[in-house]
Design a protein around this ligand. Structure first.
Ligand SMILES: [Zn+2]
Length: 326
């Protein structure tokens, strides 16, 4: 099956062309096959069981896809799940992973900026109208159809070899005028980056003041994601909620004990690397009489919190909270 260098060199032009044509088709077929498997892995939440905080982490770490390759595959897999017809279009090459990713990103931005939901039927039409388009052509037609999505064009961030981050920003005329006005009123030429950094520094000082943080960095405080879950005392009414509420001192203890990382370990004992969307998880759930004390609490990422709840309370009940299980 696999040709050596000599064998390839001895092929006729015709053979060379038809062989590479065959291989490109195989490549697409295998890609779609990978997507089908990813869909099932997501449905079973298997990546969480293996100790990954997300399907994305699983794709980059376990399957060794680059971040952008993982992103494109996950987007295409979800598009395939939403619209059955996409599968064959990907396989035939009429749709590419990057065009599908682009279309889904535009739809998301449109929904966010227009504060509306695009109906399933319309989504399908949009996706299928991308068939045969290059990435550039797709971008163009999406921009015409969803102008509202434009101001939220993604901010491109790239790490450079120097260890810095290069950010590409796109401003429309009105947005750019703000900076021109600042330049005009201050009477001196200003570098856009400096202006943005000055504004950011002011914002940071204000936020620190509002949150009672001194300018000196505190050693390790609970992340905002966890802090958010704290209910105001007046919001606590039922006895169940009272049991669920976790005293701040206990939270701090549990958080520091976990080192601000998800504590889940897979069957091989490897620990999850999740540091985002962390939640306090009751080892014995509140609904089964579990208490909010040091021994019964741990820090889990959202995926692993859901996984443990799922195991304890039965998947039927939890299916309502995890879309992929429905
Ligand atoms: Zn986790």
């Amino acid at each position: 099956m696999e040709e050596s260098k000599q064998e390839i060199q001895s092929l006729t032009n015709q053979e060379l062309i038809s062989k590479v044509d065959f291989l490109a088709k195989e490549e697409r077929r295998i890609t779609v096959e990978v997507l089908r498997f990813l869909r099932e892995i997501e449905r079973r939440q298997l990546f969480a069981e293996l100790g990954y905080p997300s399907l994305f982490a699983y794709c980059t770490k376990a399957l060794r896809y680059s971040e952008s390759a993982a992103c494109r595959r996950i987007e295409a897999m979800r598009a395939m799940r939403d619209t059955y017809e996409i599968e064959s279009k990907l396989e035939s090459g009429e749709l590419s992973l990057s065009v599908v990713t682009q279309a889904r990103a535009t739809l998301r931005q449109f929904e966010k900026s227009a504060r509306t939901k695009v109906e399933a039927e319309k989504r399908k039409d949009v996706m299928l109208s991308m068939c045969g388009k290059s990435k550039r052509e797709a971008e163009k037609s999406l921009a015409i159809e969803f102008p509202a999505a434009l101001p939220l064009a993604p901010i491109v961030q790239r790490e450079t070899f120097r260890g810095t981050t290069r950010v590409t920003l796109e401003f429309n005329e009105d947005e750019m005028k703000v900076f021109e006005e600042i330049r005009r009123l201050s009477g001196r030429p200003q570098n856009l980056k400096e202006t943005l950094l000055r504004i950011a520094a002011k914002e940071l000082t204000q936020l620190k003041k509002a949150r009672g943080e001194t300018p000196v960095r505190r050693k390790q405080s609970p992340s905002p994601a966890v802090e958010k879950k704290e209910a105001a005392p007046s919001a606590i009414h039922s006895s169940k909620e009272r049991r669920r509420a976790i005293p701040v001192a206990i939270k701090r203890f549990v958080w520091e004990n976990a080192g601000g990382r998800c504590e889940y370990r897979n069957p091989r004992g490897e620990r999850c690397e999740g540091r985002h969307a962390l939640e306090y998880d009751h080892v014995a759930p509140v609904s089964l009489g579990g208490l909010s004390n040091r021994d019964n609490l741990r820090v889990y990422c959202r995926q692993h919190n859901a996984l443990s709840a799922n195991r304890l309370l039965g998947s039927k009940l939890m299916a309502a909270y995890i879309p992929a299980l429905r």
